[in-house]
Design a binder for this molecule. Structure first.
Ligand SMILES: O=C(O)[C@H](O)[C@@H](O)[C@H](O)[C@H](O)COP(=O)(O)O
Length: 256
């Protein structure tokens, strides 16, 4: 039976440190169990703080980074190297400091890549890349040990926005046009794909996220609040600071 944990930390800085430590342990355990680990990164300020905390933790060297597959949950559809790309920000905050196998860093296509400015073609390309790394016996997806998500003020996760057509998508990867959060064109894993991850971590900090987090945990619909529609096969972790947890029913919290 999948479980849901809610862990509330005192502030955004402690949250980032705690999530970084949790991620390192998760990757170590995954490698001990299966020899490799798959992590799905996201974008945003909270995620970037976690990446910097991982970079600065000496325990990071306990992970065999050469056997970690790095995927993205979503990407802003911009030219390669654009500072607003989630890949660019993750590389600057963490990945460039790690002895990763470049072939195991699976960035989503850029808008100046092989598919040019066609986000649908780029989304299809990423779906093929996922399928090429799929677990034996599954159709289309690799094993994601942990899939990280930020939470938007409107309740979006990755680039699945409330009431947006992408919230109904069942294909593994989708283009997103008209994103309410700039830039307007993105690529995203869809909710069904997100929900194949062994663990889904929703990481949120600050009072502006309290409403979305509160609604998601109070049973809002997944189209109105996409954060309500995600869960890990084994575990869903809500990793919050006190401000983001301020509208979560006290009985659902485990204060740290
Ligand atoms: O491309 C993006 O912007 C992210 O993938 C997005 O889903 C982000 O995680 C949330 O909007 C939270 O962002 P903050 O942590 O900056 O609030």
């Amino acid at each position: 039976m999948p479980e849901t944990n809610v862990v509330v930390h005192s502030d955004a800085s402690v949250l980032a440190q705690a999530v970084a430590a949790r991620l390192i342990v998760k990757l170590i355990d995954a490698q001990a169990a299966r020899g490799f680990a798959g992590v799905v990164l996201t974008g945003g300020r909270v995620a970037a703080a976690v990446y910097r905390a991982v970079r600065d933790l000496p325990a990071r060297d306990a992970v065999d980074w050469s056997r970690v597959d790095v995927w993205w949950g979503d990407e802003r559809f911009l030219p390669a190297g654009d500072p607003d790309r989630n890949e660019t920000q993750a590389r600057e905050a963490l990945l460039d400091a790690l002895p990763l196998d470049p072939a195991r860093i699976h960035a989503m296509p850029a808008s100046d890549g092989p598919d040019g400015s066609d986000p649908e073609a780029a989304a299809a390309r990423y779906a093929r890349e996922l399928a090429a790394s799929a677990r034996p016996g599954t159709a289309a997806l690799p094993h994601f040990d942990v899939l990280m998500l930020g939470v938007g003020e409107d309740g979006h996760v990755a680039s699945v926005f409330p009431e947006h057509p992408v919230a109904y998508e069942t294909r593994p990867v989708s283009a997103v046009r008209g994103s309410p959060k700039p830039p307007p064109i993105r690529i995203t894993l869809t909710i069904p794909t997100i929900n194949t991850a062994e663990e889904v971590w929703l990481v949120a900090a600050g009072p502006d996220k309290a409403g979305a987090v509160g609604m998601a945990m109070a049973g809002a619909g997944p189209v109105q609040v996409p954060a309500a529609g995600v869960s890990g096969v084994e575990r869903t972790q809500w990793l919050l600071d006190r401000a983001a947890a301020s509208e979560v029913a006290p009985k659902l919290r485990s204060l740290r």
